[in-house]
Design a protein around this ligand. Sequence first.
Ligand code: AMP
Ligand code: GLY
Length: 434
Amino acid sequence: MRVLLVGSGGREHALALKLAEGPTPVELFAAPGSDALKALGTCLPLPADDLGGLQAWCRAERPDLVVVGPEAPLVAGLGDVLSDLGIPVFGHGAATARLEGSKDFAKAFMVRHGIPCAASVTVRDLAEGEALIRSWPHPYPVVLKADGLAAGKGVVLAPDEASALATLREFLAGAFGEASRTVVLEEALVGMELSQHVLVDATPGRSAYALLPACQDHKRIFEGDRGPNTGGMGAFGPIPFLGPEDLAVLERDLVAPTVRGLQADGLEGRGVLFLGVMWTVSGPKLLEYNVRFGDPETQVLMQLLDEDLAPLLLAVAEHRFEGRALHLRPGCAITVVLAAEDYPMGARKGVPIELGLPDCTVIHAGTRRAEGRWLTNGGRVLNLAARAPDRAEARARIEAGLPQIAWPGMQVRRDIGLRALEHLRAGRGVRDPW
Ligand code: AMP
Ligand code: GLY
């Protein structure tokens, strides 16, 4: 099967490694891909946001399947442009991608379809927003969200009124361009956060979906969940204290109404939806939708999935998915991100990496090859991923692999999955304080 993978990061490398596992033979093309992806296929000199270039390549080459990694091309309509050519695309059209591309649209969708979520109000006018903050009825922090895509930096949890007002002014003045000229003010939810990925194949006439294992990301740069937010410093799954009855609640309250909502609104589902969930004392609530696989959650999910990936994604792309339970490997998977010096404020690029042979999967997120060696080339540089019968063993496998990789300024969190392990060992469940 000839597959075009759009993107270049760790998520795409993990997807490409899984596609290469087969059993279906895959001839892989990546746009733009990376030096690591060159080992698995042909990289095309086409950026992920070059809709015209990708359209022209697909018209000429007619791939059997296109898999779109990042959200920006989906929000811009890549899924529509390619499916209009009659090419199967695993990736939602622009109308559905608004669930990630506009927080206001997503919140209205949640409210319309009775999906539990934080109370919120959308603001475009400064005076109105300031008045709302001055009479904020919920406990602090106030959550301020830029409506549009802001490269993962558009959410601020303001601890007090003064900082909420300051953030509101910056956002409305265009801190993220048009993306922040509309702001969603939201009640802060307290609880345990998790990432729930769902394969969704939905048209107004039929629907099928399948849950992937729930994962947990670690967003802060430093151990103990301290320091600034990042794109994600590591993840693990499944979540050990999320039992079958908890997953049934998650499916009933959040997933099923989402799929029914898509159908009711005439929105096509043709890819993955990644639900950002906060499990509060009153049950799971939806924080946000993403219309693509998470990074680094994908690196965990691909370790756990026991499926022939190319035909599975093709079935969703062609609206033939049966909505069956997915085959999973037993045990737990963990991925740990190795990040560059200065990340997340910046990223020191071009630093030579010492890379040995760790006994776990090495995923390239932001590297480049020059003169026979790997160099840092992004904020998140490499990921180590491992699967083992239990969390402690998966963590130990990563720990054993870490000394095989080094560069000056490398940042790594050694506590990925640790809090969950302690929660489990203390006999606590998802309803207990996190
Ligand atoms: P995002 O950049 O949209 O992925 O959101 C960043 C993070 O902000 C989420 O992963 C949550 O940790 C946090 N967040 C978003 N909304 C809320 C909320 N209503 N209450 C508490 N935390 C939130
Ligand atoms: N790991 C969070 C995300 O992909 O948005």
